[in-house]
Ligand binder design. Structure first.
Ligand code: NAP
Length: 294
């Protein structure tokens, strides 16, 4: 398909650039380090952590994978985060979400050294994104969405971007990022959510539609303008007895019907997903660069 935005290929391009940066840092005696912390045994979280660890090893980073039992308490986890905060070999720390119920996730995020918060969820980094301070860390999925648009040479400046979803992980930060007065920004952004009235009218007015709501095949062809660009962030499981696992992954967009009328569209899987990990690696390098300069 000619209008497919190939996230995997674009992520590979990012890795080529990152490998050069890593080699440069290593000549200065710095090996960028990433610590990924998993609490519990949620299968999806375990799979995410495995792929993050695998990618950091492939790139030659110092990779720490900390797997803690599901019974880990708040103070034990805080103590491990503090250790990683102090470890000079670790430049980036990520605590895989969601943690088990007994963990206060917001308190864990606040305990992270903001200079190592490569997920970009610490309040200081959220504030820096809102203020347009480029020393902060931007959450990986929004950063991946922006990079996909830039690499595909889609004009963001002046475009009407409609974001479906207002989570702190995707919706809000992607809106902030694309409206910034900066390269890769300057969009006119509308954020829609479950209480939005006249949703179809709003989505049809989008030059760029970003779907991040977590509902399989929610966006239909009649909600998309002819020639729009569609970025599908959603990852949803739908039953599929023909597969070994009994399910397959689909996005928030009814791909087959929407793809025929839009200018460009991301597939699921293989669109935004690979970019999220690539941007995590990119943020880790940024952390290593910023720390080694100070
Ligand atoms: P979330 O925290 O559940 O937020 C969903 C948002 O969608 C909420 O703001 C909600 O509105 C809105 N929404 C729900 N139903 C709606 C409807 N019928 N009409 C309009 N808005 C509606 O989800 P999330 O963490 O942002 O994730 C969204 C999706 O992206 C999920 O499928 C997730 O798996 C995926 N994801 C993918 C990646 C990746 O790497 N590709 C990364 C992160 C997330 P209210 O605020 O009003 O409830």
């Amino acid at each position: 398909m000619g209008n497919l935005i190939e996230g995997r290929a674009i992520a590979e391009k990012v890795y080529v650039d990152l490998r050069t940066q890593i080699a440069e840092l290593k000549t200065k005696g710095v090996t960028p380090g990433l610590a990924v912390v998993l609490v519990g045994d949620d299968p999806a979280s375990r799979a995410y952590v495995r792929s993050k660890d695998k990618m950091s090893r492939e790139l030659g980073l110092h990779s720490v994978k900390l797997e803690l039992p599901a019974t880990t308490g708040q103070s034990e986890l805080l103590a491990r985060v503090e250790e990683l905060n102090r470890d000079p070999k670790v430049h980036g720390i990520l605590v895989q979400s969601p943690p088990p119920k007994q963990i206060d996730e917001a308190a864990i995020v606040r305990a992270l050294d903001p200079n190592k918060d490569v997920d970009g969820f610490h309040p200081l980094n959220v504030a820096k994104l809102a203020m347009g301070d480029s020393t902060g860390f931007v959450p990986c999925t929004p950063l991946g969405v922006q990079r996909l648009l830039i690499e595909t040479k889609i004009d963001i400046a002046g475009a009407h971007v409609v974001v479906l979803g207002r989570s702190m992980i995707v919706g809000k930060p992607v809106a902030l990022l694309l409206m910034q007065k900066a390269k890769g920004g300057d969009a006119t952004v509308t954020v829609a959510h479950s209480r939005t009235k006249n949703l179809d009218e709003i989505t049809r007015s989008a030059d760029i539609l970003i779907a991040a709501i977590g509902r399989a095949h929610f966006v239909k062809a009649n909600q998309v303008r002819e020639g729009a660009v569609v970025i599908d962030v959603g990852i949803n499981r739908v039953e599929d007895k023909t597969t070994e696992r009994g399910y397959r992954l689909v996005g928030d967009v009814a791909f087959d019907e929407v793809a025929t009328k839009c200018r460009a569209i991301t597939p699921v899987p293989g669109g935004v997903g690979p970019m999220t990990i690539a941007m995590l690696m990119s943020n880790t390098l940024k952390a290593a660069n910023q720390t080694s300069r100070t």
